[in-house]
Design a protein around this ligand. Sequence first.
Ligand code: UD1
Ligand code: CA
Length: 452
Amino acid sequence: MALAAVILAAGKGKRMKSRLPKVLHRVCGRPMVWHVLSAVRALGPDRILVVVGHGGDEVRRVVGEDVETVLQEEQLGTAHALLQAEGRLRDFPGDIMVLCGDTPLIRSTTLADLVARHRSTGAAATLVTARLDDPTGYGRVLRGPAGEVLGIREEKDATGIERDIREVNAGIYCFGTGELFELLAGLTADNEQGEFYLTDVVGRMVERGLVVVDYPLQDYREILGVNDRRQLALVEGIMRRRILDRLMLEGVTVMDPGTTYVDAGVRVGGDTVLYPFTFLEGETEIGCECHIGPGARLVDSKVGDRVTVQYSVVLESVIEEASQVGPFAHLRPGTHVGRRVRVGNFVEVKKSRLGEGSKVPHLSYIGDATVGGEVNVGAGTITCNFDGRHKWPTVIGEGAFIGSNVSLVAPVEVGPGATVAAGSTITRDVPPGALGLARSRQTNILGWKKKR
Ligand code: UD1
Ligand code: CA
C-alpha cells in the first residue's frame, strides 16, 4: 500500500526566542527538519510533503528536491497545518504518516514499525506514545477503563489529574485517508491556545467508533521534542552520543566521547583514533588509521588514510594520505595538501597546493601558492600575496629549497630545483636550478669593541 509522509514545520517556535525558524535550528550540524526527513526518506514513502510557513523560503531551501512543500500562511495549529495538505492528498490511495519537524531523534526503524502496526491492526489512526519522567509540555494520552485510547489532552488544557499522566503523545501518527480530512475540517479551536489541534482528531475518531491504536515506545528519547533551547541542548547531547556509538561500532576509537563532537553525515574510516576536543563538522570525511586531535576542528574537509592532525583548524581543505598537520596549523579554504606532506607549527595555508613530500614545518604563511613536490620551505617563510588591492599567485617548483625567513613577493615563481637564500626578499623569478639571493651583504668591522 502507498504511503505519504507529512512533516509539520510551519511554526515559529516562539519558545526558542529566535529569528531562525525553529525547525532550522541545528542538531549535530544539521537542521532539525533534515534529521526528520532522513528518517522518513529511509522508509522510501511514495510522497513526502513538508508544511512550511514561518520562514517558509528558508525551510524550502533545506528540504531537498524530492520533497513537496505546502504553505500554511497563518499558523493556526497542527490540525490546520495538516489541512493545508488536503488538496494534495485528498485522493491519495494509501496511508498518511504525520510527523513534527521538531523531533529530530526519531528513527526510521520506529517509523517502519509504526506503519506496520497501523496496517496490521487496520486502525484509522495509530499514534506513537512514550512514558516520560517529566512530561511537561507534551500532550497527555487519555485512556479508558480497559486501557483503550480515548484521546489526547494538551498540557495547557489539562486538569490537575490529567497533568499527572506521564504517558505522552509523540506527535507522530499514521492515518488512513478515509475520514481524516473531513474530521480535521470539523475541528474547533475552543481551547486555551485558540488553535486547531491535530490531537483533537484522535478523540473524534474514538467518538465515531473508529479504531485508534497506540504504538508505545520503549526508548522515550526518540520522541523528545524541541520547543526551547534547553531541549535543543538535551537532544544535541543524545544525537551526539548516538553518532559516536555508531562510529565506535564501525571501528573508530573515540578516546573521550564526552569531548568529541561529530556532525551527522561525517564519515570516519576504521582504526582512526579521535582524541579529546575534536570537532568534525559539515561534510567532513576522514580516512582509515588517522590520528585526529587532540584539539582539532575540521569543517567540510576531506582527509586521506594515516593522516595526523593535532591542535589545528582545517576548513574546506583536502589532506592526502600520510600527511601531518600541526600542532597549531590553520588550513583555510581551498588548501590541498598532497601525500606525505608536513605542515607544522604555527603555519597558515590558504588556497594553495602543497605537492607530495613537501614540508612547511614552522612559522609560515602560504597563500595563493602552488608548491611542487619535495619542496622544503624554511622557517618563517611568507608569501606576500596581497598588494593592498589584489591577490597574486606564487609558484614554487618541484624540489626547490626555500631558506628561512624568505619573503616571496607575488606574483613570483621559483623554478624547480632552485634555492632561495635565507632572509631573501624575492621580487623576481628564480630560474630552475639557480640560487636566488636577495639580501644585503654583511659587513664585519674588526676590532670595533676595542676602539670604543
Ligand atoms: C505537539 C502536540 C502534543 C505533542 C507534542 C510532541 C498538538 C496540538 N500538540 O505539541 O500533543 O505531545 O507536539 O512534540 O499537536 N506547526 C505547524 N503549524 C502550526 C503549528 C505547529 O506547522 O500552526 C508545527 C511546528 O512547526 C512543529 C509541530 O507542528 O514542528 C508541532 O508544533 P508545536 O507548537 O511544537 O507543538 P507542541 O506544543 O510541541
Ligand atoms: Ca513541539
